[in-house]
Write a protein that binds this ligand. Structure first.
Ligand code: ADP
Ligand code: TRP
Length: 328
């Protein structure tokens, strides 16, 4: 069975973009592949060397993944810093990673601009740690967005280089896995673009009903259609995309018809949308709160995940040591 691996930096709560763009697919993938879902807490240190409360941030994502339906009995869900074996592979890969190629990585150059006072070696070697994360489990497929494509190319390069360097066919080249067409781009409700944490327009899975309603009622609209069947402006198209994602087909068709015959009232649409987003989020939110309050369960899941991931990682490290010539 092929192995799928996904990593997420613990930078906050999950929002609807994360859910429909990624997590929803993970829930399906866990039945079809050997899945590893991990929380990249070490990677956070590249930008936040003194993290506020890194354990809490990791715990937040863990609880949210579980509440969404990632099943710790099916998938291996773990925290990066619980699996020390990755560090050894990171070291080996770094010995064959060259300054020039690391400096050319776009996200490194971006970070150099963003944090000129903290251009640390961890930032430079971000792609080798990410490659180690991936190949330590010999992952075949990695679901990533476009922004991670260069890191994925580096991971393939480092896997190939290891094989060539030591004359083995050991690491498979991890392919970027573009989630099925069903993984939609969730729009923001502020007029244009996508929903995102950094965009400041996110609706979070833990938002309560009032917050969600407030966010939706504030959505940007336009002056309304003036002639039948006119094309929708971007803010309106975005509202309809959200309806398509969370509402029933009847609801979508109802408002679409109203738009097309120019009788639509955006206030009604938003009210319905808020209701439908709440119908979707409320059970998940309740589940998140329930799970994160259950320390015993959370600890157990983290421990089992760490054990399963360590088992897989230490097998690789034993073999890699043997290949390079160290004591296995
Ligand atoms: P954020 O935009 O909040 O920083 P990340 O960049 O950490 O989110 O994304 C984590 C995952 O969620 C990625 O797989 C990304 O493709 C997905 N994702 C984030 N926002 C959206 C969105 N608006 N639509 C679809 N997928 C999204
Ligand atoms: N770099 C990824 C991001 O910023 C997070 C990440 C770290 C990752 N290691 C990974 C993703 C391994 C996939 C595989 O989103």
């Amino acid at each position: 069975m092929e192995t799928v691996l996904s990593g997420i930096r613990p930078t906050g709560n999950l929002h609807l973009g994360n859910y429909f763009g990624a997590v929803q697919s993970f829930i399906k993938l866990q039945h079809e592949y050997n899945c590893f879902f991990f929380i990249a807490d070490w990677h956070s240190l590249t930008t936040h060397p003194k993290p506020e409360n890194i354990r809490k941030s990791a715990k937040t994502i863990l609880a949210e993944y579980l509440a969404c339906g990632i099943d710790p009995e099916k998938a291996t869900i773990y925290v990066q810093s619980d699996v020390h074996e990755v560090l050894e592979l990171y070291l080996y890969l770094n010995m064959n990673a060259y300054l020039g190629e690391l400096e050319r990585v776009t996200s490194f150059k971006e970070k150099v601009r963003q944090q000129p006072d903290n251009i640390n070696a961890g930032l430079l070697t971000y792609p080798t740690l990410m490659a180690a994360d991936i190949i330590i489990h010999k992952a075949n497929k990695v679901p990533v967005g476009k922004d991670q494509e260069q890191n994925m190319e580096m991971a393939r390069k480092f896997a190939r280089r290891f094989n060539t360097m030591y004359g083995v066919e050991y690491f498979p080249e991890p392919a970027s896995f573009h989630l099925s067409e069903k993984a939609v781009k969730v729009p923001g409700l502020d007029g244009s673009g996508k929903m995102g944490k950094s965009e400041g327009n996110a609706i979070y899975l833990v938002d309560d009903e009032k917050t969600i309603k407030k966010k939706v009622m504030k959505a940007v609209t336009d002056a309304g259609p003036t002639e039948p069947n006119s094309e929708k402006s971007e803010p309106i198209a975005n509202l309809f995309t959200m309806l398509e994602i969370v509402s029933s087909k009847e609801t979508y068709d109802y408002f679409n018809e109203k738009y097309n015959d120019c009788s639509i009232r955006y206030g009604d649409l938003k009210k319905q949308l808020a209701e439908d987003i709440n119908a979707f989020c409320t059970p998940i939110r309740e589940h998140i709160l329930e799970i994160s309050a259950d320390d015993a369960y959370m600890n157990k899941v983290a421990r089992i995940g760490a054990e399963k991931a360590t088992e897989s990682a230490s097998k690789t490290i034993r073999e890699v040591r043997e290949i390079i010539g160290f004591r296995p």
